[in-house]
Design a protein around this ligand. Structure first.
Ligand SMILES: Nc1ncnc2c1ncn2[C@@H]1O[C@H](COP(=O)(O)OP(=O)(O)O)[C@@H](O)[C@H]1O
Ligand SMILES: [Mg+2]
Length: 219
């Protein structure tokens, strides 16, 4: 079953948030999910310790460069969807995780600085493709998007489109509920209401569905 790797060398790009939103929404939709926390800062493990995990979800933390390939391969065969969260660096661990991916997602805030660093993830993927002699499907998702798109946002989106980069629609909006995931643990559906909960859940669910379509080859 598919492995989704969340990768960007930019810290604070929204990787762990994207991983949690995606994992919890796919689990809610009926998939069996294994979350793999490869970040030494252990964002996912801390999230998991705050509340019971959603049903159909398990988590493995503290997975390093010597175990990552084996760990992904084991769970790949279980018929589960594997979601890998990485540290904001370029490292051997990151390369190895990318080498096992069926889809790499690069979360990116639509600012010039973030996009400049974020596109380095695309270069890393290209290097893995070259080494492995296979295509690794990948896509960018804009994170922490404001309700009113800035000119900067449109410019960056246009530039990515020109380069043929797959940009996931919808973006993940800036929402209190999304940042509260790490405060309360669990999912959007289990936490106490934060801001416009319905809109947050709708955003999360459509994002997860857009990702699922790519896995199913309907992208
Ligand atoms: N869509 C969002 N809306 C609101 N806050 C967000 C959103 N995405 C991320 N954040 C917040 O931004 C910070 C960095 O996000 P995080 O997912 O930890 O990034 P990374 O894993 O790439 O370092 C965290 O405090 C997180 O709660
Ligand atoms: Mg993180």
């Amino acid at each position: 079953m598919p492995t989704i790797v969340i990768a960007s060398p930019k810290g604070g790009a929204g990787k762990s948030t994207t991983a949690v939103i995606l994992g919890t929404e796919l689990a809610h939709a009926g998939a069996e999910i294994v979350m793999i926390d490869c970040d030494p800062n252990a964002s996912l493990r801390m999230w998991a310790e705050r509340a019971p995990l959603p049903i159909r979800m398990s988590i493995l933390s503290n997975i390093g460069e010597s175990e990552i390939v084996r760990t992904i391969k084991q769970h790949d065969q279980d018929g589960k969807i594997v979601v890998v969260d990485l540290e904001g660096v370029a490292s051997r661990l990151v390369s190895r995780a990318i080498s096992q991916a069926d889809l790499v997602i690069t979360p990116m805030r639509a600012t010039t600085l973030d996009a400049t660093i974020g596109v380095r993830a695309l270069a890393l993927i290209a290097e893995e493709e070259e080494a492995l002699d296979r295509k690794i499907p990948h896509a960018v998702v804009f994170t922490m998007t404001k309700a009113i798109k800035s000119k900067q946002h449109s410019g960056i989106a246009e530039s990515l489109a020109t380069q043929g980069v797959d940009v996931i629609d919808p973006p993940l909006m800036e929402r209190a509920a999304f940042s509260a995931l790490f405060e309360f643990g669990g999912s959007l559906r289990s936490m106490p209401a934060q801001g416009n909960m319905e809109a947050a859940i709708e955003n999360a669910a459509s994002f997860a569905q857009a990702v699922y379509k790519r896995l199913a080859g309907e992208g």
